[in-house]
Design a protein around this ligand. Sequence first.
Ligand code: UDP
Length: 359
Amino acid sequence: MKGMTILGARPQFIKSACMSLELKRRGVQEVMIHTGQHFDASMSQIFFEQMNLKRADYFLDIHSLSHGAMTGRMMEEIEKILLLERPDFTVVYGDTNSTLAGALASCKLHIPVVHIEAGLRSFDMKMPEEINRILTDRISSLLLVPSQAAQENLAREGFESFDSQITWIGDVMLDSLLHFRPFSTPPKGIPKENFILCTLHRQENSDNKERLMEIIGAIEEAGELMPVVLPLHPRTRARLEHEGLKLDESKVLVIDPVGYLEMLWLLEHCKIVMTDSGGVQKEAYCFGKLCLTLRDSTEWVELMAQGANFLVGSNKEMILGALHQHLEDSIIPDLDIYGGGKASQRALDALLNFFKETP
Ligand code: UDP
């Protein structure tokens, strides 16, 4: 059996790590397309090296385009490869343009799509990710969901009456976290403890000057309370430069994006997390850290219900108020809600079962 993995963005490299191992272990041939959506060394190559990921068989080098142009060009190239390789299925991860392009190209060639991280919703159609994930879910044959909330979302939207199969597997990111945690390493020049870890890259924040200024103001003021470590995403760096904004580096330790092993170390040793990332919200929880989410919505609602995650939006007072309130708090995570590190194994069980049942 031959599967085609289609990916292109940082979180997808991390999500694919244990899936690739499991595909291999079960004797499924994996061919990989890297669309190039994330392309610079600190956003792509470092993950392939550090995590010893499977090398991509095809690299499309498609990036830095508008949503329509990027998705369209990716589809065109992916289609050619699918026609050549004729895989039995494709695997797509999450909610990026690479996810949607891969799913659309496959579905139109009648190649079953396996969507990992299906069913997540922010209920905010202004987010490009929300559009990508809803459309990808609709055209996928096997929807592998990471959380109970995701499963409920699909049921509410009527997916159970569609011609697709829905299976809860847990979160493949937790598999990676548990697998690579023993190898975590400190980045150079970082305090050993008592720091705030911050990441910022969502389009709704980086591309909105008002929101960006408010958040930056909050991060700088937080830095007066405790050192803030900010591995800065290239998109946010570019937007800051474009808007003529500069972070006060006497208050905030701005560093380049770090590799996964360094990120795991930062998560393990920080005091609290401030982020607008999807993946980092869950990782904070899995390390027992509280998370202030710099957004107005989250797909990981179970973390809010547990009092582990607080939606603080972009309002400076709100962010700082929550920071003062929760700086000393921690939580005991229940890793079973995300599958306890066996999501990839369950994914392969579901996949092999699906093909046994589908002629
Ligand atoms: N990450 C990393 N280095 C960094 C920032 C994030 O390795 O400098 C990892 C992080 O631990 C998580 C993933 O990248 O596993 C999250 O990616 P991102 O925040 O870009 O995307 P999202 O999860 O929001 O889709």
